[in-house]
Write a protein that binds this ligand. Structure first.
Ligand code: GDP
Ligand code: MN
Length: 357
């Protein structure tokens, strides 16, 4: 997951990397109350997940009197199609020189690789400036001095502590990429003028980062119950146990030229409670008027499933195919409450197709 600049800078700062004084605003008027902290000459940076943001008009300079006007202008833009919802307002740095530094994982050696260039900034991709590259053992907590010298070349040694801190961020935050472009020198010292941090998606839980911050209410509900749930754009709701069986159900719907509304795998040992929540969840999707429940019993008891479906009491038609423990009991419960239970997945899907719009 790629963090926004201000989130990355918060982390960088905790690791001792100097970042400009700054505040995040969500409306143009908010800028006035912060000018005292940040200073009169500011840089306004759209917090959008877009590369080449500066060149696309996402970075503006402003003075005290023009601050609100400039913020309003920036909020009204969209940067490469992405609307600006927040702006990082920062003290303007007096940049003497811009450098580039990044740390990523080198695919072939499977070790961190650090890139450094004497000419950073927005033109980094087109500048002919030499990029130096060193590989560091992931077992080391710091970049060894001889490698740091090789990396920096003639660039000032005062950049070294920041690059070392960036390396620590990279390691401790399970990053795929940690980048500062530009890393700048100013009369006040070294600063990370920009910040980019991509965290390995597999490490988000360990890093305590909420996965996908834009979850819909239904997706949050699914996460709460531990369902694997994906919304699609069809009209036939699907509930299965096991990813394979659930996928097969989707495939079969596709085969009969139907369109599935979702993928929902309730997981193993689906009891009455879980089944009820799953059925209600899928039934709450707009446009769903039929739900195929396809479960194979084992630890899953068919009578429990039947009770869950009956308890859910939803308006879409629920068509059931299940097999396994207490199958007969489940069938009778369902039949007694007006639900159809079919012998095969194929029959269940075809029955759903008759009901689907
Ligand atoms: P990007 O386009 O998304 O990489 O945005 P950056 O945050 O890197 O900003 C783009 C460019 O704006 C930088 O390369 C700098 O040249 C310039 N810039 C950013 N902040 C400052 C600042 O505080 N002072 C000055 N003079 N230039 C800045
Ligand atoms: Mn940049």
């Amino acid at each position: 997951m790629k963090l926004l600049e201000y989130e990355a800078k918060e982390i960088f700062s905790k690791y001792g990397i100097p970042v400009p004084k700054g505040v995040l605003i969500r409306a143009p008027e908010e800028v006035m109350e912060h000018l005292a902290e940040v200073g009169d000459a500011v840089v306004m940076k759209a917090q959008v997940d877009v590369g080449g943001r500066g060149k696309a008009g996402g970075v503006l300079f402003a003075g005290g009197t023009t601050a609100v006007e400039t913020a309003r202008e920036l909020f009204s833009r969209d940067i490469k199609g992405v609307p600006v919802r927040s702006i990082l307002v920062e003290e303007r740095l007096l940049i003497e020189h811009e450098y580039y530094v990044s740390i990523a994982v080198d695919r072939s050696s499977r070790q961190p690789v650090i890139l450094f260039a004497d000419a950073g900034g927005v033109e980094i991709e087109s500048t002919a400036s030499a990029v130096r590259r060193v590989i560091v053992s992931p077992l080391l907590r710091n970049i060894p001095p001889f490698l740091m010298r090789e990396l920096l070349g003639d660039a000032p040694k005062e950049l070294a502590p920041t690059i070392n801190s960036l390396y620590r961020v990279f390691q401790e935050k399970d990053a795929m990429l940690a980048e500062i472009n530009p890393l700048v020198t100013t009369p006040q010292g070294v600063y990370a003028a920009d910040a980019k941090l991509i965290i390995d998606d597999n490490a988000l839980a360990r890093q305590g980062i909420a996965v996908n911050r834009d979850l819909s209410a239904r997706e949050r509900e699914a996460e709460k119950h531990g369902f694997s749930y994906v919304e699609l754009d069809g009209s036939i709701g699907v509930i299965g146990n096991g990813a394979g069986l659930t996928m097969s159900t989707l495939d079969l719907i596709e085969y009969y030229r139907g369109r599935a509304a979702n993928f929902l795998d309730v997981g193993g040992g689906a009891d009455q409670e879980r089944v009820m929540h799953a059925v209600r969840l899928v039934a709450s999707m707009p446009g769903v008027n039929v739900i195929v429940v396809n479960l194979l019993g084992g630890i899953t008891r068919c009578d429990e499933v039947a009770r869950g479906i009956i308890a859910a009491d939803v308006s879409p038609t629920v068509i059931v195919r299940m097999a396994g423990t207490n199958e007969e009991e489940g069938r009778q419960l369902l039949a007694g409450n007006g639900y159809r239970m079919l012998e095969s997945m194929d029959a269940a899907v075809r029955a759903a197709m008759e009901v689907a719009p």
